[in-house]
Design a binder for this molecule. Structure first.
Ligand SMILES: *Cc1c(COP(=O)(O)O)cnc(C)c1O
Ligand code: SF4
Length: 500
């Protein structure tokens, strides 16, 4: 039994990749972005030749396509595993039955872009930067797109582009423009250049950004000619839109490399999507894939409540869990900012796991949580008593390194652990500390403000009562656990597991 099913698996070729979908296409065609664009999968009959579509879903899917178009370049199509109905690439580009179910759920314009629009195509929401929509055509049409509404209209007329440029020219506060769409890189290089040249002629416009999904969906479009043109309009930045590690292909890497070599910094804006990238593992794979292509993860957007994409939205808890799973667990450079675009035009709101559990500016005291869930007490300024003690210890110490550092870790009664320096000052410190311990002053509730033992016992993320009564003395924690950090004032106290 085992043998025969193993054999079957080995024999059945995987239905994925160019060789499966487009076996007869030449390299010249495949690498020509115009061929890729022309041969996009745009209707259900084409799709059914490539992917199994259940009989009972065909009409639903056809209906969906009447509402929001499909466009899948052969290159992107080839990334889909035809045997996996839940394939993450498929979910992004292929209309599925749920899109029909949720066709009336959600908004046409969830971000209120139209209401912040001084002239058609411009959204001016933030003081110093504007969004400029120059195209309503994309290489791939993403099923969750926030700007579905603009895709029904015809091409953006030249006159409108001039009005947009004019708005920026007469609005002196605008120093940054996000050129978006649709996808600006679906324009011809000459057309795009004419727009960039007009923008660059505006003296107060400092930077131009282009938002594009072309390096992901049609990387062949990024060629030497395009890069040569783009680099005339520096400072120019490009935001790309990778959502899944499987999109980080050699072709995409080549496209990103060409853009980087043209001096264009690349940042990624991903969308958190159910069934696509809603796990720590996948998101980690994505950010690592991006870093290898020298693309900096910039934003992870919570999926907007756009009409027909309810099935792709996750909870905020999921987004937070993913951010938790990244911070501290991988390179800080690889960590994007998670944002939710506030409905109706509130703009991007950063959403972060809570690492500052408590902060009292009067007492100059904070409770911090690290990536492992360990809890730390942090003082902006040490209480006076402790400063004195430290000074004494420092002056008493024959070997400067050992004493003070040992003390930073905790203020549990530590007399036995003090270095055996025979100077009078060291003796005084030891006497004072053991006296304080005997009086119960070492624990935070006992009177004098001390730190380490308090963090170890008294404070609690959820504000639960200290497990010990006032004045009780904490047992000295084992030495290996006590030195949590060695910065000037910070990281004292024994770490604990986050109780939640
Ligand atoms: C996202 C966005 C921007 C750019 O925001 P940054 O946080 O600077 O990247 C500008 N205008 C609008 C309307 C936007 O939605
Ligand atoms: S490429 Fe961007 S603008 Fe185009 S459909 Fe996808 S998300 Fe929308």
């Amino acid at each position: 039994m085992i043998q025969s099913s193993g054999l079957a698996a080995a024999v059945a070729p995987r239905r994925i990749g160019r060789a499966h979908y487009y076996p007869n296409v030449t390299d010249a065609e495949w690498n020509d972005w115009k061929w890729q664009f022309r041969n996009r999968v745009t209707d259900l009959d084409q799709l059914m030749k490539l992917l199994p579509i259940p009989e009972n879903e065909r009409e639903l899917r056809r209906e969906v396509l009447r509402d929001f178009r499909m466009g899948i370049p052969p290159y992107y199509m080839a990334l889909i595993d035809a045997d996996d109905p839940h394939d993450p690439i498929l979910r992004q580009a292929v209309p599925i039955a749920e899109e029909y179910t949720y066709r009336d759920v959600g908004d046409e314009d969830p971000l209120g872009e139209e209401s912040y629009s001084p002239v058609p195509g411009i959204t001016h929401r933030y003081p110093d930067r504007v969004l400029m929509v120059i195209s309503n055509s994309c290489a791939v049409y993403c099923r969750y797109c926030t700007r579905k509404r603009i895709m029904y209209e015809d091409a953006v007329p030249e006159m409108e582009i001039d009005r947009m440029v004019d708005y920026i020219a007469r609005t002196k506060t605008v120093r940054d423009v996000v050129v978006s769409g649709g996808d600006p890189l679906t324009n011809s290089t000459a057309k795009l250049e004419s727009i960039l040249a007009k923008l660059r002629a505006i003296p107060h416009l400092e930077i131009i950004r282009i938002g594009t999904r072309v390096p992901v969906s049609l990387p062949q479009r990024i060629d030497a000619e395009l890069c040569e043109m783009l680099q005339k309009y520096h400072p120019l930045w490009i935001n790309v839109h990778f959502n899944h590690p499987r999109e980080c292909t050699p072709e995409a890497a080549r496209a990103c490399d060409l853009l980087s070599r043209a001096g264009i910094p690349l940042n990624n804006q991903a969308v958190l999507l159910k069934g696509v990238n809603d796990s720590v593992e996948t998101m980690k794979g994505l950010v690592h894939g991006l870093m290898k292509m020298r693309v900096r993860p910039y934003y992870v957007y919570h999926c907007d409540p756009v009409r027909g994409s309810e099935h792709m939205r996750t909870t905020i808890a999921k987004g937070l869990e993913i951010m938790e799973g990244l911070r501290g667990h991988t390179s800080g450079l690889a960590i994007p900012q998670y944002v939710i675009d506030a409905p109706g035009g509130g703009g991007k709101v950063p959403v972060n796991p809570n690492y500052l559990l408590h902060y009292d500016p009067k007492k100059q005291r904070a409770i911090l949580r690290n990536f492992q869930g360990r809890i730390f007490e942090y003082y902006e300024q040490l209480p006076e008593e402790e400063m004195l003690q430290r000074r004494l210890v420092a002056s008493a110490n024959a070997t400067p390194a050992a004493g003070p550092i040992a003390l930073t870790s905790s203020h549990a009664p530590r007399a036995p652990e003090l270095p055996a320096a025979a100077t009078p000052a060291a003796k005084e410190v030891r006497t004072r500390l053991s006296r304080a311990a005997a009086n119960g002053n070492v624990n935070g509730k006992g009177g004098a403000k001390s730190n380490g033992a308090h963090a170890a016992n008294g404070t609690h993320a959820g504000g639960a009562p200290a497990p010990q009564g006032p004045g009780s003395i904490a047992p000295a924690p084992p030495a290996t656990e006590t030195v949590v950090g060695k910065s000037k004032w910070a990281h004292r106290g024994r770490a604990r597991r986050d109780p939640s």
